[in-house]
Design a protein around this ligand. Structure first.
Ligand code: AMP
Length: 295
């Protein structure tokens, strides 16, 4: 298989997470971390990001092992980005307990020339100004996949709209769709977002699966793998994105890439942090893809 290159930008974090199954402090986390690890059984990404000099050696080893290149991973004097979240009893909704930007505060990503002509760019959740900076530094042939969050829709809308103009595939969840359009009718909202730039939109519905819409009027849904216990939902969306982009880079159809994304998300939520996706192997992934395709 002729694998293509993926440039990935996103956050690298130390997460503190509270779910009904317990609390874990300073776990390896961040949107780029989940996406890189979820992509790595198939295609290893070229990572752009920043960590502080307090980042654990073990975490650094995991990133290096999971990526093709960490040349554009900056290690700066100061504290790594930290995020804390607590999940509600329903396991889906969560409150952010704290966000400590640390070295993120003055981060200005640099793409080295060897990484600047990727086939795919995955802009995982991070400030849209940083996403724009990556697009400016790369040559134009790449397929651009973008993820974001409500926070940026609220406080950096104009920059996010600039990113969307240059986006091929947008990954978004239901509440973000409504926030972006101020319209609670899903079909109308999707039409509005398609006019903002993305040719394809994949709406993530959490435990209700995901649905693709494209500018040719095609739409279809993918279900989920039911896991017995959702221990920690953090990073499910990022793992979906990592699985999806790895599939696209291997030349899978977008539907098959969505199946892979769904499977990586199902593995992610079965344990705290990145533990389950990091230990996932091809056998378990393929087995789940088979179950999902036949469901
Ligand atoms: P998800 O559960 O898919 O929303 O992703 C959770 C990850 O996003 C966690 O590992 C956090 O470290 C990271 N995260 C939380 N807030 C932000 C933020 N403002 N910018 C970038 N990453 C964030």
């Amino acid at each position: 298989m002729n694998k293509k290159s993926i440039l990935l930008l996103g956050s690298i974090a130390l997460d503190t997470i509270k779910t009904k199954y317990g609390t874990r402090k300073e776990l390896l986390g961040g949107s780029a971390t989940y996406a890189a690890i979820a992509s790595s059984p198939f295609v290893k990404v070229n990572l752009v990001g920043i960590i502080g000099n307090d980042f654990p050696v073990e975490g650094e080893k995991i990133l290096e092992e999971s990526c093709n290149s960490t040349k554009d991973l900056v290690i700066e004097e100061g504290e790594t980005f930290r995020w804390g979240g607590e999940y509600h009893e329903n396991g889906d909704d969560r409150d952010t307990l704290f966000t400590n930007l640390g070295v993120f505060e003055n981060f200005s990503p640099k793409v080295s020339s060897v990484n600047s002509n990727p086939d795919f760019i995955f802009l995982a959740n991070i400030h849209p100004e940083l996403q724009l900076s990556i697009l400016k530094q790369c040559q134009k042939k790449a397929t651009v996949i973008t993820d974001s969050m409500n926070l940026w829709i609220d406080i950096a809308r104009d920059s996010l709209l600039d990113v969307l103009e240059q986006t091929d595939i947008l990954l978004i969840n239901r509440s973000e769709v409504y926030d972006l359009t101020n319209n609670r009718n899903m079909d109308q909202s999707i039409s509005q977002i398609l006019e903002m730039g993305p040719k394809t939109i994949i709406v993530k519905y959490g435990s209700n699966g995901s649905k693709l819409y494209n500018h040719n009027g095609v739409s279809y849904s993918i279900g989920v793998i039911n896991v017995p216990k959702v221990i920690d939902p953090t990073g499910a969306g990022d793992s979906y994105g990592g699985g999806l982009v790895s599939g696209l880079a291997e030349g899978l159809t977008i539907k098959d890439a969505m199946l892979r994304g769904t499977v990586m998300a199902s593995l992610c939520i079965e344990n705290f942090g990145t533990e389950s996706i990091y230990s996932a192997n091809h056998n378990i992934i393929n087995e789940r893809i088979k179950i999902l395709s036949n469901s």
